[in-house]
Ligand binder design. Structure first.
Ligand SMILES: Nc1ncnc2c1ncn2[C@@H]1O[C@H](COP(=O)(O)OP(=O)(O)OP(=O)(O)O)[C@@H](O)[C@H]1O
Ligand SMILES: [Mg+2]
Length: 1108
């Protein structure tokens, strides 16, 4: 930022008197005048602000100006009260130092205005917010209220503060206002009852009468006319530029903002009205019998109205104005009051009423504006006390006011001049002593505990005996005679004996600001500040809560005989407290100067200003500043504040602070003459050097702030990044999951779609195939149906044709028959009965036929030849057909129950029938005999065990046969075993195998047509078996044996079918010879058995008996 040096450059005159060249009183005044003429009313002496009253409004207190001075270095911009306010506020906020702003100057110099400017600036720059704004508003609005009640027009100032005010504004650590505390100092209450010429009473009286509504005034029993009230001076009731009516509204509004309740405001106004009424009460003497005058209230109307306003019993107050009760040693003595005493009592009551009301107002405002929190706070005190006053007629009040100003001057001297010089000495810095006037001596004259004027006044007031203002002056004359600042005509010091400017009833004090002549009249009374107890008790009895509060001593239960402390004592004590308070704070001075006595703008009265410059000690102030150093600071805080400007001291300096500061300054190349190193502090001569340091620091702080910001931002970004990264991973994981799920769902749904398409396609394909198949089947069926249909239709046609023919024939025949019958029976029947009877008859016959057939059904045996007889000839065909159908059905049923074995047996039986049926006479007898096969039970019978084991294969047939001997035709029993491959002949008794012939060697079998059991097994010629010749055997089971042999031959693939010759004559080869076997039938007479006889070598004759 560009460094502004407006304080030094392009200035009207010199902004800081320290820089004035050459320095003299004239140049000082010239500079002030020059600046004043150019509306530059503020000038610095170092950190002290000189303020000239412009007596006109200047455009230098705008919000823009506030912004301009906000947070700016003190020396950066042209001098302004805002710069001081900003400096004080910032060091309070940033350096935690309590501040006080001491505004001094004579009456009308602009102290109150300056204090308001400071407060408004601080209010503008400190924090904002609903609560803070409320506090600010309350603090600012306390001013109009207090000004209305405590300010008045004087000859010097149209808005002169007639009380001292010190306001502590409390701030929290951030610099936001929390609240405040106001202390008030001695109100000039004498003004209530009497105002010097050209002056007027406190503003509130005029404001109430001008500004209140008619209704309010009626309630307060007041009249708008000022002239109706004794306490209001008439000559200057209206003040130029003061709008009392408008101000009344402002005050009422301010009271509301500060927090006064409506009834409180009403009470306050009632009290104000009561004071006015009180002033109108007049007294008249009434002669008593003892010759004394006793006062009586002249016109009781005002008294009545006042009593009504305050809720006081009229008689009580009336009595209090006529009598006075004195208590001594537990005894009450009542004395009458004369008219003068009654007036004195009235005025005393009015003054007390008003001053107590004023104190109550301050307390009430304090209640509203006090900080709500008990937290530690910082304080900025603003002191606006009545200015130094020199009137023509100065009384106790002026004495007190000027004493207060002396004290303030004292503190200024203490802190600026003396402190400064002493500090140089203390710090061991070379210093040329500057002479200045120390007003401690005047303060001592007034406040000294033993022989101070206030102490002596108190002494006089408390002294028994007659005490008057004169006795007090006498006392002063004796005690203070030697004091160089005390002057009196009756002084021992003869030099004043002929001083006619010094009347006898006066004393003069040479104040720091000039000589002031005080008239002693009223000193004792005002110091005593006594109110007759009867009055305070009358007030206490009032039916008005505020009045009751204001006069607590009127409570008869709390009668205190001790005298209350005197006004002087109280004031001295409170000023003492104030001074001690101010000394604990960092002071900021505003020295107000009044440019002229005419309250006029643009007039610069040299003599007046010169006088003020002198008594304010401003020249000394500049000289001290110029001789010394503009700025000082202990090494530690200095090093702490600027250590960042040098690499060697930053961030920590190890070593004594002073060395650190030296290194720092050397590093910054500050010229040696610019700085001095004290014992504990560094001194900087020129403000510019300090400004340079501050500027450097500011830049450096900016860099440091940037560094901190950089690191913080880095950290923040990193943390944020890590957090983001972490979050991103979570988000990504979730997203991926989501994406994969979505993808999976998509794939799944796609797959489902594809699958469904594929399945659909397959299903459709299958459906097509099935449909095709079905169509084919349907086509085949249709074709078949058509074919069958065609066939059936053809057949039907044929049958129909046949039926038609038959029908035609039958019809013709029937017609013919009918014709015949009709011709024959026409004479018996009617025309239609014949046919119906015929049909019915036919139906009944057929029904009867079927029912009869059902009940006479033959058995299910296929051989059952039974069949019921046919009842009617015309059913012949049907009957035969039904019999055939039934038999076929029965046979099928019979066949269906056959097992495989039984089937085989029947096959054998069938084969036997095919071979023998109708060819051999033996056959019919064999039909009923079952083909048992193993008649010998060869496998079970132990007798044939050996034989059985000799045969490998399953025995198909085992029987005893007779082997026919060729020689005699006799038979020898032999066991005949037939297997699938061969047949075996064995001895019946021994079971020895006689012959085993493989079946392929058997070429044919010969049997007779008779009932005999002879059969010849002819062997293949040339085969090994044929050596012994063919076998001629006889068996009861011939049919079975031959059938089995034939079956084996039929099933074997390697052989030819066995030939069966059936004839009654055949040849049998016995070794080399062929023998003919001839069967003849014998009569039964020759026996029933078959016999075989040898007829010759070549013939065997078998006779077979014929069956009966
Ligand atoms: N900065 C200013 N700008 C404009 N007018 C000002 C300024 N300061 C003072 N005045 C004028 O001067 C008048 C007197 O000022 P102010 O009341 O502050 O004096 P004071 O020092 O408080 O006097 P007293 O000691 O009598 O209270 C004000 O009413 C106002 O008209
Ligand atoms: Mg003032």
């Amino acid at each position: 930022m560009e460094v502004k040096t407006s304080l030094l450059d392009n200035m009207i005159g010199v902004g800081d008197m320290v820089l004035l060249e050459p320095l003299s009183e004239d140049s000082f005044l010239d500079n002030l005048k020059k600046r004043f003429d150019h509306s530059e009313i503020y000038t610095y002496i170092g950190s002290v602000v000189i303020s000239m009253n412009p007596y006109r409004s200047l455009p230098i207190y705008t919000p823009e100006k506030v912004e301009e001075y906000r947070n700016r270095n003190f020396y950066e911009l042209s001098p302004h009260i805002y710069a001081l306010a900003d400096e004080a506020y910032r060091s309070l906020r940033d350096q935690d130092k309590d501040q006080c702003i001491l505004i001094t100057g004579e009456s009308g110099a602009g102290k109150t205005e300056a204090s308001k400017l400071v407060m408004s600036y601080v209010a503008a720059v400190c924090g904002k917010g609903h609560e803070v704004n409320k506090v600010k508003e309350q603090l600012l609005q306390s001013n109009p209220v207090l000004e209305a009640f405590g300010n008045a027009k004087t000859v010097r100032n149209d808005n002169s503060s007639r009380f001292g005010k010190y306001m502590d504004i409390e701030f929290d650590f951030k610099g936001d206002p929390l609240g405040g505390v106001i202390s008030n100092y001695l109100l000039e209450k004498s003004r209530v009852v009497k105002q010097p010429r050209g002056e007027r009473n406190f503003h509130v009286f005029y404001q109430l009468l001008s500004g209140a509504s008619d209704d309010t005034l009626r309630k307060l029993k007041l009249d708008r006319d000022f002239s109706k009230y004794n306490y209001l001076s008439l000559d200057s009731a209206a003040v130029n530029g003061l709008d009392d009516a408008a101000n009344f509204r402002t005050v009422r509004n301010a009271m509301q903002i500060v927090g006064f309740m409506e009834d409180e405001v009403q009470s306050v106004l009632e009290l104000v009205a009561a004071v006015l009424k009180l002033g109108n009460i007049e007294f008249k003497p009434e002669s008593r019998c003892n010759g004394t005058d006793e006062s009586r209230v002249k016109d009781k109307n005002d008294l009545k109205e006042m009593c009504e306003l305050l809720g006081i019993e009229q008689s009580v107050l009336e009595r209090a104005f006529s009598y006075r009760t004195v208590e001594a040693k537990m005894e009450k003595v009542s004395t009458t009051l004369n008219v003068a005493q009654a007036y004195y009592a009235r005025d005393a009551l009015a003054k007390n009423l008003y001053s107590r009301l004023f104190s109550w107002l301050v307390t009430r405002i304090n209640e509203s504006i006090q900080a709500q929190t008990k937290a530690r706070h910082k304080v900025m005190g603003v002191l606006d006390i009545y200015g130094f006053e020199i009137f023509e007629d100065n009384s106790f009040e002026q004495f007190i006011i000027n004493y207060c100003n002396e004290k303030l001057q004292q503190i200024f001297i203490e802190l600026t001049l003396r402190e400064e010089q002493e500090e140089y000495v203390r710090e061991g810095i070379e210093w040329t002593n500057i002479e200045y006037f120390n007003n401690a001596i005047i303060c001592d004259l007034i406040e000294n505990n033993q022989n101070g004027i206030l102490a002596m006044l108190d002494e006089e007031c408390l002294r028994p005996g007659t005490v008057t203002d004169e006795t007090f002056l006498d006392k002063l004359n004796t005690i203070c005679a030697d004091h160089q600042h005390f002057e009196s005509r009756l002084n021992k010091n003869s030099k004043f004996l002929n001083d006619h400017s010094l009347p006898h009833n006066c004393f003069r004090i040479q104040h720091y600001a000039g000589k002031v002549l005080y008239r002693v009249e009223g000193f004792v009374d005002k110091n005593n500040d006594l109110l007759y107890r009867d009055l305070s008790q009358a007030m206490y009895k009032a039916n008005h809560s505020l009045i009751k509060q204001l006069f607590p001593e009127g409570n008869p239960a709390k009668v205190n005989l001790k005298r209350p402390p005197t006004a002087g004592f109280q004031f001295r004590a409170s000023v003492g407290t104030l001074m001690r308070n101010l000394q604990t704070k960092n002071p900021n001075y505003i020295r107000c100067i009044k440019p002229n006595d005419k309250k006029a703008s643009h007039i610069f009265t040299d003599s007046l200003v010169c006088h003020q410059v002198r008594y304010l000690g401003l020249m000394e102030n500049v000289r001290v500043r110029r001789a010394g150093y503009a700025f000082r600071q202990p090494y530690e805080p200095c090093l702490e504040r600027y250590k960042m400007l040098c690499k060697r001291t930053w961030p920590h300096w190890k070593g004594p602070a002073r060395e650190g500061v030296e290194v720092l300054m050397a590093d910054l190349q500050i010229p040696a003459e610019e700085i001095a190193y004290g014992r504990s502090k560094i001194f900087i001569r020129n403000p510019r050097t300090l400004f340079f340091l501050e500027e450097k620091r500011k830049q450096c702080l900016q860099d440091l702030a940037t560094l901190i910001q950089k690191i913080y931002r880095g950290w923040k970004c990193r943390t944020h990044f890590l957090l983001m990264k972490k979050s991103q991973i979570v988000v990504a994981a979730w997203y991926r999951r989501y994406a994969q799920q979505k993808k999976y769902r998509n794939i799944k749904s796609a797959t489902t779609v594809v699958q469904s398409y594929t399945r659909g396609w397959q299903a459709r394909k299958l459906l097509r195939e099935l449909k095709y198949q079905k169509r084919c089947e349907e086509a085949v069926t249709t074709i078949a149906a058509f074919w069958h249909g065609t066939q059936a239709r053809r057949e039907l046609r044929r049958l129909k044709e046949e039926a038609r023919r038959k029908h035609a024939v039958a019809l013709i025949w029937a017609y013919w028959q009918g014709l015949k019958v009709r011709r024959e029976y026409r004479k018996f029947f009617r025309a239609n009965a014949g046919k119906k009877i015929y049909d019915f008859t036919i139906q009944r016959i057929i029904q009867k036929y079927f029912l009869g057939l059902k009940s006479n059904m033959p058995s299910m045996s296929p051989i059952d030849k039974k069949w019921p007889a046919r009842p009617y000839g015309f059913l012949d065909g049907v009957h035969t057909e039904l019999r055939k159908i039934f038999h076929h059905w029965r046979c099928k049923k019979y066949r269906d129950q056959f097992t495989e074995e039984k089937k085989a047996v029947y096959e054998e039986k069938l084969e036997a029938s095919e071979i023998f049926k109708g060819k051999k006479a033996l056959y019919p007898s064999s039909v009923s005999q079952p083909f048992k096969g193993d008649y010998l039970e060869i496998s079970k019978n132990p007798k044939y065990q050996k034989l059985n084991s000799a045969v490998d294969e399953k025995v198909l047939l085992a029987d005893v046969v007779n082997k026919i001997n060729r020689a005699n035709g006799k038979g020898t029993p032999r066991i005949f075993l037939l297997t699938k491959k061969n047949f075996v002949l064995a001895d019946q008794k021994t079971g020895q195998v006689k012959a085993s012939i493989p079946l392929p060697d058997v070429t044919s079998v010969s049997v007779s047509t008779q009932k005999d059991g002879f059969f010849a097994l002819k062997l293949k010629e040339g085969s090994a078996s044929a050596v012994k010749g063919d076998f001629l055997l006889s068996s009861e089971h011939l049919i079975e044996i031959i059938t089995k042999l034939h079956r084996i031959g039929a099933t074997a693939a390697d052989r030819e079918k066995l030939k069966v010759d059936i004839s009654d004559e055949f040849l049998v080869q016995f070794k080399q010879d062929k023998v003919c076997v001839k069967f003849i039938q014998s009569s039964p007479k020759n026996g029933n058995s078959v016999s075989c006889k040898r007829k010759n070598n070549r013939l065997l004759e078998v006779s077979v008996p014929t069956s009966p």
